[in-house]
Design a protein around this ligand. Structure first.
Ligand SMILES: [Zn+2]
Length: 349
């Protein structure tokens, strides 16, 4: 199972260990620059009962699921308060993407959290679901958008899955007719640089002009090559929003802030996955996570002294964004937009 953690009265396992290094990093690089209000476009929230059937082998098969936590909506708020004590932090919440998890149960849960004012819910969909039933659930749950996933095709493929394979046209049509949003975690090995992905994105933009398209993780561009190539192939990025979720690479942010209008960039954290301490190393097309926590994928170990200096990945990402915003001369207003107002607009809030 995913690691169950509780920050509340049933304290079992902390989501993260907050160290003096973290506190120093926060004060030095974040506290004076972070907006007083943030809307995080990308948080996965669900309960243990929704995921406790996922086999251990599936969890171990992908680094991100191995370090993911069960994160209730209340716990996500508790984590945000601990990480960013000076910031009023709200977020869009949606299920986790495992094809083996209880997707319907998670959708009900996030819709309920939405009714309770604890998150803005997005509905996770499976490609084989009936469009009329999706539409009924979507409207009843007052969801702000759909969250499809390539991994939902063919029982969990992470390969060459096309955008209209994991989000069929009938589901696009729902979003378009109701003028709602879709957050796309694009597939394929070449990510945002893949010509087929670019063709599908342009087709979607033309065919569904009233759908708000959010491309998650800057098109899974954790390395600069994918974003640079993708933006070159797509031409004008107008009409697409991009979330920055899980991107910490300063070179990627340089490309993003050079080529994408600041009004189209949304902050996202991917809370539930990235609570570990560490960094990323990269070359032009590949990245490697380095951490001090014990995960099976953690094979690039450094000396204990060096690892003790790691701070939270989420803090590294926050610093990268704040640095890039400063470096590119964006205004305070644009910074607030990137950390919240753009997402509120994209999600029709
Ligand atoms: Zn995510």
């Amino acid at each position: 199972m995913l690691k169950a953690s509780y920050t509340g009265e049933f304290f079992m396992l902390p989501f993260f260990e907050y160290t003096p290094v973290d506190s120093m990093f926060y004060r030095k690089y974040i506290a004076l620059r972070i907006p007083s209000k943030i809307f995080d476009a990308h948080v996965h929230v669900f309960l243990n009962e929704h995921v406790d059937m996922i086999p251990e082998e599936s969890i171990k098969s992908f680094w991100a699921s191995e370090c993911a936590h069960v994160l209730s909506c209340d716990d996500a708020h508790a984590c945000a308060r601990e990480l960013y004590p000076d910031t009023d932090y709200t977020f869009a919440g949606f299920p986790t993407a495992s094809p083996e998890a209880d997707t319907e149960g998670m959708n009900e849960y996030v819709a309920r959290m939405g009714r309770e004012g604890k998150c803005t819910p997005l509905m996770m969909v499976r490609p084989e679901w009936n469009a009329a039933e999706i539409e009924e659930t979507f409207l009843a749950g007052n969801f702000a958008g759909l969250k499809p996933y390539p991994g939902m095709v063919g029982g969990g493929s992470r390969g060459e899955v096309g955008i209209f394979d994991f989000l069929p046209h009938a589901q696009w049509d729902i979003i378009n007719r109701h003028k709602k949003a879709v957050m796309l975690h694009i597939g394929r090995k070449e990510r945002f640089a893949d010509e087929n992905n670019i063709r599908d994105l342009l087709t979607a933009r033309d065919t569904y002009p009233d759908a708000t398209i959010i491309i998650a993780h800057l098109g899974r561009s954790y390395c600069p090559y994918y974003l640079e190539e993708g933006l070159r192939k797509i031409g004008d990025p107008a009409g697409f929003y991009f979330d920055t979720t899980a991107v910490i690479n300063p070179d990627v942010y340089d490309i993003a802030f050079d080529a994408i209008p600041a009004g189209n960039i949304l902050y996202g954290s991917d809370m539930h996955v990235l609570f570990w301490h560490g960094r990323r190393e990269w070359d032009i097309k590949d990245y490697y996570n380095i951490t001090r926590e014990e995960y099976s994928w953690n094979i690039n170990r450094r000396s204990p002294e060096e690892e003790a200096e790691y701070t939270l990945f989420l803090y590294e990402q926050m610093k990268s964004m704040l640095d890039a915003i400063e470096k590119h001369g964006l205004t305070e207003e644009q910074k607030y937009d990137i950390f919240g107002n753009n997402a509120l607009r994209a999600l029709g809030l």
